[in-house]
Every structure is written in structure tokens, then in C-alpha cells.
Design a protein around this ligand. Sequence first.
Ligand SMILES: [Zn+2]
Ligand SMILES: [Zn+2]
Length: 486
Amino acid sequence: MTLCWLLFLSLVSLSSNYLSEAPFDARTGDHVAGLSLSYPAWGALIEPVTALAHINAGAPDVRVAAISFLCWCFLTPLLIATVRDAVKKRTYPRFMHYGRALLLGTEASLVFVFYVVFVLLVPLPTWYLHDDTSKSDIIGDLHSHTLFSHDGLVTPLQSLGQHKIIGDQVIGFTEHETPPYYNIEKKNVGIIPGIEIGADDGTYLLALGIHPEEYKRPLVHTQQQVEAFIDQIHRLHHGAVFAMSIHLQPKDVQRLVDMGVDGFEIDNGGHISPSPAMKRTLIEAQKRYGIALLADSDWHGWSSLIQEWTVFRNVGDKGASGAAVVDSLRHHGRDNIIPVTAYHRGLVTPVQAIFSPVLQTYRYAQELNPMRLFAWWLWGLIALLVIKWCRSRQVNPAKAMLASSLYFIGLSSLVVCCIQFYMWFPYREVNQFAGKTYMEGFFLSLLPLFAAHFISRGIQTREYGGTFFLSRLFLFRARNAQIIQK
Ligand SMILES: [Zn+2]
Ligand SMILES: [Zn+2]
């Protein structure tokens, strides 16, 4: 089976040209000339651990992919039990046969949930965007949050660090409550102070280039007030304003353009993609009025797998300067502002949603570069040796590998929660959410460790009808023992 998997990955990745096609223009889905993606070498070292994260993160709709995966985790053991029931003679009662499948399904789902917690908390390797053409281009992310937002999870410095890792040169800090007063000196990274406000009608506006000392929180209950706010940002702050497309209908676009917004998000990493109708309306509005269309991360600190960038072309010799970016936004340089994503985003059909794990595994194999493929072969070889070693010692290899993976994800989540809690502590006055989240994350990370502990306790026994860890926890133990005795 290991060999089949390796051959599948090799065949698909070697025949794919994903790396020459990516990254994509979020408007058209076409390749953006002059840009390329690279994957960090250290990331390849832990490829098997991160594979499931990349399989789901590259899906057109991450949430749909993850839910589909969870359902398959639960249903697969039941399906196998049904097939076995039909073709094989059972040696133990039907209720136990299906009971075991039910427990296995629950275990697989739990392991997936543990893994999701791990991906959300622990920084994992991800794509870096290169600009291969010109020195006068700036790569930026104009929508991000830190601990200064009520729902932010990372310090401003941590956010800068993460953005630098993926190739951003300019970051817009668009906090929910107040524009950032914090002063961070960081080489080669431009910071744009900003704010995100929600109007009463559900429109979310992002203002960039704010002078914090001159900013007063506006009232945005009526259309006139929203218009006054946009005007104020333009005139008083010489800033720019753009709108999130989430919660917007195609009919709202014209209204907002008339009110003076400089652009819209066509892709937001924290939310689902706009509908095809909305995308068409935005692209149409750009053609007519030259407004900017952006791809932003809306990063709050969850999961490091950011896959959105906006490239500002020909912004002059100002280096990584936030002012140049705000200027470009204000002047609506539609040909010079390119929303970029690492994957194709969008709606999926019900069939695509159901078969998401298979489709996304295939897509994942396409994105592998030679280094990551080599890492898979190396790990495959190690797995074969481990299996051989396990068999010679009457150890169940599946249990051994599952237990060690659970120890790894549990321990790394635990360590990250402790570090993050320590980083958050000085900010406890401005943000309670992060402290609570990391505390909860800490206790959640204990669960995979408990599971790993129960698996390793039963690693040598081959209990008939036993499962990985749940059967050792509560059920069937006595019954298994009885059946084995008989
Ligand atoms: Zn938020
Ligand atoms: Zn936001």
C-alpha cells in the first residue's frame, strides 16, 4: 500500500504543471506572469504530517472540504463493515461487528478534529510568493488583525513575521476597534495603519492610511454617515477605503462605488469566495470605474496557511512603503493592482463536495515539487522499516504510527499554546479572547495525548473486535475478553 501511494504521488506530480501555472489571478483564474511560488525546504521534512492540511487548504472551499473529510472519516469504517458483512462469515455477533465500526468511525473523526486544532494553532510551512520581474512592484496584504482587535490572536510582530514568511512587503493592520498606535520598526516591511468598521446594513469597510492621532470612531448608522466616513478618510487622512464583498449583493456594488470606495475584496482568506454573480459584477465595476480588486488574508492568527496576496505593480522607487500602496489604491490603478491566490477558489458542486477528499488528494499530488516528492519517498522507506520492526516485535504498526502522530500533534499544539499564552499576557488588558483561546487550546491538545497513551497501552495486544483507543476507554473490554476466552 505504501508503494502504491508513493507511485500515485510520483506519477501525478511529475505529470502536472501546477508550479508553472500558479499563482493565479483571483479575477480570471489565469496564471499571473512574472510571479511564482516556492515552498520552504524545511517544510518538505515534515511533509507527511502537513499533507492533510495542504489537501484541505488548497480546496476551492476549505470548509466544505473539511466537513466532507470528517463525514468520510466517520462513514468509511461503517461502509467497510457492511461490505465485509456481505462477503464474509462473521465469527462474532452482528452488533459487535457494527459497534466496532461505529467506534472506529468515531475515533477517525476525533483524530481529524485533533488534527484541525493542530493546523489552526501550529505554524506550518506554506507558499512564498516571488516577484520575478521588477523591483518597483510591491506584494502586500491589506487586511490583517492582531491582538489589538477583540478577536485577534497574534502580536503585531508575529503577524509581520508570518507575512514576511509568505513574501509580503506591506501589511495593512485593520483592527476592529481602534487604528494601531503601535510603532514597529521592521526592516523591509511597510506597515499601513487601518481600521475595519461594520455599517448597520452589514457592509464592512476597511480604511487604510489612517493617522491614529486624528482618528475618531465615526457613526455609521445611515448611508449619509457611511458616505461622510469615506469622505473623511479621503480628505483628512489621505487614505483609501475598500469594502469586503462578504454580506454584499451584486446590487450593492454600484451604491458603494457611488459613495466613493476605492475597491473591493474579490478574495478573502477568512471567508468563502464571492458568488460567481458577485465576481462578475465586481469585474464589470472594475472595467467601468477602474476600482481596485484585492485578495486579502483577513488573518487573525488562525492557521499559518495564508494563500492570498495583492501585487501592486509599478509603484515606483519607494521600496516597501505603505504610502505608495495607499497612493496606488487611491488612483485606482486597475491594471497595476493584481489580486493573487495560490489556488483556485470558488463554489463547488454537490458531487465535488461529496468526493472532495479524493479530488483534493489528487490536486495535492499535483502541487508537489521534487523536494516534497523526495521527502515522501524517504518517509515511505522509513515507514516500511518501522512496519518491519513492529512485526518482529508483535507490535501493531498502524497503532504505533497513529500513536506517534498523535503524540506529535498533541505536544506541538501544547507547546505553541504555552508560547502564545506567554506572548499574549502583556496584552491582557486589550484582548481577553486570545488568552481564553490558548487556554482552551491547551486543554484540547491534551486529548490527542490521552488517545496516544491509550493506543500505546494496547499496542501489542490484538484484541478481537478492539479499536484504537475508545474500546480501551469504556466499552467492549469485558466482552472482548469473554469472546477471546471462548
Ligand atoms: Zn475579526
Ligand atoms: Zn477583518
